[in-house]
Design a protein around this ligand. Structure first.
Ligand code: M6R
Length: 627
């Protein structure tokens, strides 16, 4: 939700922190701030509402000296985005400064207790309570900062990744986490700290992922020390990053979103690599093979996810039921975790998440785990909390997705789901050899089909101009293309702020068709599949009411093109894989409409890349399967 950066070493901390914040800005961007211990040993906090660029302007005439500092970019939860609520927060005496990502659930109780001790708070945040509490404990018990943090965190209920610095102590940062991510970069005579590895990768490939309820004592010129809340020493496990810097930059594109749309032919290659044999006769996800008994004998598969990942899950439901004949239920993780679902030890639960940090998905995993189900993750971010909380899983390997609107992660998730379904179907013998080989071949060809699909860019760009001022949009699809329609509508609404709804095309006549008039743009996915003729009838119903139809069709189509106002052609692929291809023009349409409206497509209002701020109970770290 928020982004955290820290540095201690022999370089100037400020430029490193600012660059790190810019890399993490996708996590939250309503305010930003930095705390530095200056060369005069002062603890300076500078923070303001707005983006990292605003913070840079704000600090132009300030003393930003120092080789130790922490910094934060915020996505507001408690208290509106303003200068006071921005992080870092000083302690009461301004002796400490702290940054936080997460939510302190019992902050109101703690705040009341501290107020009764005479403390006065400056902000409306939950975070300020933590730094006041640490200082209170430090003074009362006359203990060092690490001990004070340990004692304070015993009283804190909630999710946190925090970093604290202390005036007069320019050689130490204390950091801790529970349910919010925190990575430590280990360099030569220097350490970095961040919510994810993106600010670290240009300095070092060596990282330590902090686990829940661990505290890192990061000291200048000393080895990294990790202890738990009870002061038991934990040996840091240094891992190598598999990230490179160019993946984090726009590479000549005006926005990360457009870059990520265009990357898809390559990201799909990475996603497929090593999972299909060279001859194209065999597909296997090693995580599924390692646990093939569990999948083969599953009484049911439940897929939990949020947002775009939930749309991918709906396609997964079709794939698994069609190819493997196992009943599948798809659940919003945010609903699943709060109801009383029936979960059996014979169930397999698949959790899908790009970031691997979505709090609701993590909580759903914990719930399912507690009922004895086997949990399989499909994540993008390597080493993320969900990757570590699941029993096994598959990475989608599409590289860092920085644009808030998910694009390449969606196509990667659906591709992994199709390979997963084929792997299970083979084990269960529920697929004919002909179908199996045909789908493998088509998966191998997807990167090429993607390239061809991207040729619609100019057409979509032109088309977007006609719809920039529409107030509403409807997206329609049937079968595999219904979730693709939902995803198209989500893309448009989240980055253009135009109201858009996705429906199964045949549902229109049960109510939504009342919305159709000559001002309503209707995007219909009408590729040639087993229900093509039915979709055509639905389009005719829209045209009969003067709706303006933009249809995504299979190349060479004539039937739909005779009825629709505009047709965007995509290459022919079998219906199981069609959403992967059909989503490309919809991503581009949303992108160009948002651009025409002057929207900030990479950082749309009110959103953040990963929604990590809700509490869940600790996951136990597990190793991911190689695939
Ligand atoms: O990281 P996750 O896949 O768990 O995130 C889930 C949703 O928050 C995410 O897909 C969101 O809906 C995207 N902004 C959609 O583009």
């Amino acid at each position: 939700m928020c982004g955290i950066v820290g540095y201690i070493g022999d370089k100037d901390a400020f430029p490193i922190l600012i660059k790190g914040l810019s890399r993490l800005e996708y996590r939250g961007y309503d305010s930003a701030g930095v705390a530095l211990i200056s060369s005069k040993n002062e603890l300076n906090v500078y923070k303001c509402k707005g983006k990292v660029a605003d913070l840079q302007r704000f600090t132009e005439s300030k003393d930003v000296s120092g080789t130790i500092g922490i910094a934060h970019t915020r996505w507001a939860t408690h208290g509106e985005p303003n200068d006071v609520n921005a992080h870092p927060h000083y302690s009461s005496s301004e002796h400490l400064a702290l940054i936080h990502n997460g939510i302190i659930e019992n902050y109101a109780v703690l705040r009341k207790q501290l107020e009764s001790e005479g403390y006065h708070f400056r902000s409306s945040t939950d975070t300020e309570v933590v730094v006041f509490l640490i200082e209170y404990i430090q003074k009362k018990n006359n203990v060092d900062l690490c001990t004070a943090v340990q004692l304070a965190l015993h009283q804190v209920v909630g999710a946190y990744a925090i970093a604290v610095v202390e005036k007069g102590n320019p050689d130490c940062i204390i950091a801790a986490r529970k349910s919010s991510p925190l990575v430590i970069g280990v360099g030569e005579n220097e350490f970095f700290l961040a919510s994810d590895a993106t600010p670290i990768v240009e300095y070092t490939q060596n990282v330590v992922y902090l686990n829940d309820e661990e505290i890192a004592v990061i000291e200048r010129n000393k080895p990294l020390r990790i202890v738990d809340l009870n002061n038991v020493t934990v040996t840091p496990e240094v891992k190598k990053l598999a990230l490179n810097l160019s993946q984090l930059e726009k590479g000549g594109y005006p926005h990360f979103m457009l870059k990520e749309i265009y990357e898809q032919p390559e990201t799909l290659k990475d996603c497929i690599r090593g999972r299909i044999n060279v001859e194209g006769t065999h597909v296997a996800l090693s995580g599924v093979i390692d646990n093939c008994e569990k999948f083969a004998n599953a009484s049911r598969i439940i897929i939990v996810a949020c947002g775009t990942s939930w749309h991918a899950a709906l396609i997964g439901e079709h794939l698994i039921e069609d190819l493997c004949r196992i009943p599948v239920e798809v659940e919003y993780a945010s609903e699943f975790r709060y109801r009383h679902p029936v979960i059996l030890p014979t169930d397999v639960v698949i959790a899908i998440s790009q970031s691997g940090e979505t709090a609701d998905t993590l909580a759903a995993i914990e719930l399912a785990k507690s009922k004895g189900a086997f949990i399989y993750g499909i994540c993008n971010v390597i080493g993320s909390s969900i990757a570590r909380a699941t029993h096994s899983g598959s990475y989608i390997h599409v590289g860092p997705e920085i644009g808030v609107a998910s694009t390449k992660a969606f196509t990667g998730q659906v591709t992994v789901l199709s390979m997963l379904a084929l792997t299970i179907a083979k084990v269960r013998n529920t697929i004919t050899e002909e179908k199996y080989l045909s789908l493998i071949k088509q998966i191998q060809e997807l990167p090429e089909r993607m390239k061809e699909t991207l040729k619609c860019n100019e057409q979509v760009k032109d088309l977007s101009k006609m719809f920039t001022y529409a107030n509403n949009f409807i997206y329609l699809g049937r079968g595999y293309n219904y979730p693709a329609a939902l995803e198209g509508a989500l893309k448009l609404k989240e980055i253009s702020y135009i109201h858009a709804e996705g429906y199964p095309a045949a549902e229109m006549k049960h109510g939504p068709i009342a919305l159709i008039d000559n001002e309503m743009p209707v995007v219909a996915i009408a590729t040639t599949d087993s229900i093509y003729e039915k979709t055509i009838s639905n389009i005719q119903e829209i045209k009969a009411r003067k709706g303006r139809v933009i249809a995504v069709v299979t190349e060479g189509d004539t039937k739909v093109c005779n009825i629709a106002d505009t047709c965007i052609e995509v290459p022919k692929v079998s219906e199981e894989l069609c959403p992967i291809i059909a989503s490309i023009p919809l991503q581009l349409l949303a992108y160009y409409i948002a651009i025409n409206k002057g929207r900030d497509v990479d950082q749309p209002r009110n959103l953040a890349k990963s929604v990590t701020c809700l509490l869940y109970t600790s996951p136990s770290p597990r190793d991911y399967a190689a695939s």
